[in-house]
Design a protein around this ligand. Structure first.
Ligand code: FES
Length: 254
């Protein structure tokens, strides 16, 4: 029998620390990013300011793009080209092992924190639709590598200004974005598995052992890379958007 003198909070947990701060921050940052990314994707404008392309629209694969990367889709596509590619990084993050922990805790309260009772009465794990789809994380990882290659390409193009070779603040912004997303992608658990996690013994595969050890080192910081790359990719879109709409001007170094 539960002690009737307990408050609701005490009923859920005996923890006395501020355990609710972390889930609350996840709701704020992840929720805020989701709202901003949806808004930015719906705009279908101000995503290119020569020579910078927003990562939310890269690669731009519709013939209607302001800056076409690859014209894979004809001009019949009249929705935002962001929708053609955003499902890849979106799916990659949504099925990420770390983000799953973060949003199960904060959005579903399942459980909200260690030693805090679940909000739901029953628990079915990831055995039913749509959570069954979490199993395709490794395929999102492969697809994300493709997107990543285009983001590095965008970084190289960010040196090619209409008046010739140069470098501006935007070049650095796009470079940092590609680097942070690389750290996030290569520290992924699926990447670690692909690099040697499936072996029973490293004895006959010293090269795989070295790669696996390196990726394991990156993997320890996966949570940090997840947050920093998320915030930076959003800021990169903001930067290109403000340039394209004429609110700010890019500073050129040369
Ligand atoms: S991206 Fe986080 S585990 Fe793969």
């Amino acid at each position: 029998m539960a002690d009737k003198s307990l408050t609701l909070d005490q009923f859920r947990t005996l923890r006395k620390d501020h355990w609710w701060v972390e889930p609350l921050m996840v709701v704020a940052v992840l929720g805020g990013f989701g709202i901003y990314a949806t808004w930015a994707a719906l705009q279908n404008a101000n995503y290119y300011s020569a020579p910078y392309l927003s990562p939310f629209y890269s690669p731009c694969v519709s013939a209607n793009c302001s800056h076409v990367t690859l014209p894979l889709i004809g001009s019949w596509w009249n929705l935002s080209p962001a929708f053609l590619i955003l499902w890849v990084p979106g799916g990659f993050r949504a099925t990420c092992y770390y983000y799953r922990k973060a949003y199960y805790r904060s959005f579903f309260q399942s459980p909200p924190a260690c030693a805090v009772r679940d909000a739901a009465k029953s628990y079915s794990g990831e055995t039913r639709f749509p959570f069954l789809l979490q199993n395709i994380h490794r395929y999102f990882f492969y697809l994300s590598l493709l997107i990543l290659a285009f983001l590095w390409w965008d970084f190289l193009l960010a040196f090619r200004f209409p008046d010739g070779f140069g470098m501006g603040v935007g070049t650095i912004v796009l470079g940092i974005n590609a680097a942070l997303l690389s750290l996030f992608s290569f520290s992924c658990n699926s990447c670690r598995h692909v690099c040697g996690g499936y072996l029973n013994s490293f004895h006959s595969a010293p090269g795989k052992y070295k790669t696996w050890t390196f990726i394991s080192g990156l993997n320890e910081k996966h949570m940090e890379y997840a947050w920093v790359s998320l915030v930076w990719v959003g800021l990169t879109d903001v930067y290109v958007r403000l340039l394209a709409s004429g609110v700010i001007y890019d500073v050129r170094f040369f």
